[in-house]
Design a protein around this ligand. Structure first.
Ligand code: PLP
Ligand code: COI
Length: 359
């Protein structure tokens, strides 16, 4: 499928863009263009184009506004040491997008259309790359039910779009380690539900718990399993790893209720390849507390596209707080983060074929 390209007639002036790029933050500023492809039942995918970023008009009866049939992805474009723009494992995002689509009864998007939309958008907006520590262009592909219809059934029309946003660090506090809040009353996902899909509804359901976390001075919320409120699952927008003494790592299994993070998968590979033992197995909130208190748990970190690898220093709940290690970034956490970031930015050899250049 060929994307038609209509460059913006009014891109942001260079001086204003530079001002944004010197302190990009996360998710508040956007590049000059967007990608869009339409889907109509019977016709399939059509009308692929890159155009000036602008508001879209939708009918008040548009299905997504009522029944939340929507999915998205989160990925980043980096500038390599030699100045080339590149993507990290974009095929994994394309595959996950289609797993989410299937779960939400939406049409799958051919992987090549997904990848081309990303490449074309990054190419036209490459001047939006922020040359700051940890800078990237954050990409947000998404798809929603665009048919105006109030009956409850899968939509016959969809809009797939990609927007892009210059990004720095995700956490505003910039603290060396985050503090997280254990949600004991709210669940994010249940067996048979949509936990493994990247759909907007999961995030809507997580907001009240995130609000509770913020009210307790925490950066993120951590969810437990819905059935027993015992097993640690993941944060509102990141996966979790626990590092025990002796180079032994544990991360909760992807058994349907947590998102299969691409950062998670990459970290597992990097860790195993340097001789760490990584087990994907359930870890309970009481083990977490006891192991932190006994010193058996030496480090803990959260990971995801937006958060990269972020140390967890303190865990708080209605029952009190506990600290992991010295409460700051652990040594293995920092080392894994550096290894990952160096591959993403072309500063270390990409032995795994994870980096795709945009020429
Ligand atoms: N878990 C949730 C709920 C997320 O929103 C994210 C972010 O995308 C992740 C985990 C980490 O996934 P990834 O590493 O693919 O960004
Ligand atoms: C991402 O990491 O891409 C996400 O979608 C998570 C969100 C916290 C921004």
């Amino acid at each position: 499928m060929n994307f038609s390209i209509n460059p913006s007639a009014n891109p942001l002036p260079a001086d204003k863009r530079q001002e944004i790029l010197s302190n990009p933050g996360f998710g508040t500023n956007f590049t000059d263009h967007m990608a869009m492809v339409k889907y109509t039942a019977g016709t399939g995918w059509h009308d692929a184009h890159i155009t000036a970023r602008a508001p879209i008009t939708i009918d008040p009866a548009t299905a997504v506004l009522h029944y939340a049939q929507e999915i998205f992805e989160g990925m980043k474009a980096y500038k390599l040491a030699d100045g080339t723009m590149a993507l990290f494992r974009p095929d994994a995002n394309a595959a996950r997008f289609n797993r989410s689509a299937r779960r939400l009864a939406m049409p799958e998007l051919p992987e090549e259309i997904f990848l081309e939309s990303i490449r074309k958008l990054v190419d036209i907006d490459r001047d939006w790359f922020p040359d700051v520590e940890g800078g990237s262009i954050y990409l947000r592909p998404f798809m929603f039910a665009s048919e105006a219809f109030l009956g409850v059934r899968p939509s016959n029309e969809y809009l797939y779009m990609v927007i892009a946003s210059p990004a720095g660090g995700y956490f505003k506090s910039g603290a060396p380690a985050i503090k997280i809040w254990v949600s004991q009353h709210y669940s994010r996902a249940a067996p048979g539900g949509t936990g493994a899909a990247k759909c907007g509804g999961n995030y809507a359901a997580s907001l009240i718990a995130q609000q509770e976390a913020s009210a307790h001075g925490c950066d993120q919320v951590v969810f437990l399993d819905a059935a027993e409120h015992k097993w640690v699952e993941e944060l509102g927008g990141m996966n979790l790893f626990f590092l025990l003494e002796g180079g032994h790592m544990i991360t909760p299994p992807t058994s349907g209720t947590i998102l299969e993070g691409i950062t998670r998968k990459s970290i597992i590979q990097l860790a195993r390849d340097q001789g760490l033992i990584v087990e994907e197995k359930p870890y309970s909130i009481s083990e977490w507390r006891d192991d932190a208190q006994s010193g058996k748990l030496v480090e803990c970190f959260a990971c995801g596209t937006a958060a990269v690898v972020t140390p967890v220093g303190t865990v708080a709940s209605e029952e009190g707080e506990f600290t992991i290690g010295a409460g700051g970034p652990g040594q293995i956490t920092q080392q894994l983060r550096r290894q990952l970031v160096n591959i993403q930015r072309g500063l270390a050899e990409d032995r795994y074929g994870w980096v795709q250049r945009i020429d």
